[in-house]
Write a protein that binds this ligand. Sequence first.
Ligand SMILES: [Zn+2]
Length: 90
Amino acid sequence: MEKGDFENLKAGDKVALVCKASDSIVVINIKDQKEAKELCTEGRMIHCPTCKKEYKTTFVNPSGKGGGPQTKVVVVDENGKPCMFFAKLS
Ligand SMILES: [Zn+2]
């Protein structure tokens, strides 16, 4: 998901947090905009209960400038390798 996708989330939306390392999925029920924004905070650590590891939320900017809505939210492991991602459920 991109940063703008998180900004468009509203109460009642569901987001899947998928871990590629362990093939596990956690479904997050969005309660409010504040929670959605917190999910895409750069540097936020996410605990994977299956891997029993902490992964880091990072921003990847395709255009190389600013933190606009098209900024990709990527969760990486300790080696900087992408290992988790968010997907909006409809
Ligand atoms: Zn995992």
